[in-house]
Design a protein around this ligand. Structure first.
Ligand code: SAH
Length: 211
């Protein structure tokens, strides 16, 4: 496929997401702006605009476009909001977030050093000003002021770690898949209030486990 064909496939994907999902036009425009094919390994390129996860190596995956759309919509972001992403993978979702919040506002952590390095190079090459930390997200960006939101793209067991919830300001949102003892996962949105955490359930999901 050439660039025109990729762009057409991406427009078709966005039209399909618009029909199927109740997400904002801001989110759909962000997805339309990011070249997903540039984030997947060569053999997967022709599948880049199918709405499903794809393998990216190191036993990890790029999330399905509808999942990126739903999570991004729940984060309820606007220009200038600072976002903390847990699990960079190939960097695709970080790029979608950056389209909404703007340059310098996305901070993402990736446990697998080779994926972190590759994502950093790719985001840079594509012109996204995103900060990538290599290592455990629990230790990342400690010196940064609190974030408006956190997007967790790997599933912690039990609940979102305190060390991540603590990084989000009052009024901020955390969207995360949370695993239970049976191995099932639910997508949750936590809102940090001054008197505690408000919690909503957004249905069953499937993500790689958080390490
Ligand atoms: N956001 C990605 C999806 C990444 S899959 C996208 O745009 O498609 C989840 C990623 O979380 C994997 O790459 C995995 O290595 C990473 N991960 C798992 N545990 C982690 C941890 N404790 N800290 C940071 N990253 C972690």
């Amino acid at each position: 496929m050439d660039d025109t064909e990729y762009a057409r496939a991406r427009r078709d994907l966005v039209a399909d997401l618009r029909r199927r999902l109740d997400v904002s036009e801001t989110v759909l425009s962000a997805i339309e702006a990011v070249p997903r094919h540039a984030f997947v390994p060569e053999p997967q390129r022709q599948n880049a605009y199918e709405d499903r996860p794809l393998p990216i190596g190191h036993d990890q995956t790029i999330s399905a476009p509808h999942m990126v759309a739903i999570m991004t919509d729940l984060l309820d972001l606007g220009p200038g909001d600072r976002v903390f992403e847990v699990g960079t993978g190939c960097g695709y979702h970080a790029a979608v977030l950056a389209e909404i919040v703007g340059p310098g506002n996305v901070f993402t952590a990736e446990y697998v050093p080779k994926l972190a390095e590759a994502a950093r190079d790719r985001l840079d090459r594509l012109g996204y000003d995103v900060t990538v930390y290599a290592g455990d997200a629990r230790e990342a960006f400690r010196e940064e002021p609190p974030f408006a939101a956190a997007s967790v793209t790997c599933a912690p067991d039990g609940d979102v770690p305190e060390s991540i919830v603590d990084r989000v300001e009052i009024g901020g949102r955390i969207v995360a898949p949370v695993g239970d003892e049976t191995g099932r996962q639910r997508l949750v949105r936590l809102t940090v209030r001054d008197d505690g955490i408000e919690r909503e359930d957004h249905g069953g999901v499937r993500f790689v486990p958080m390490r």
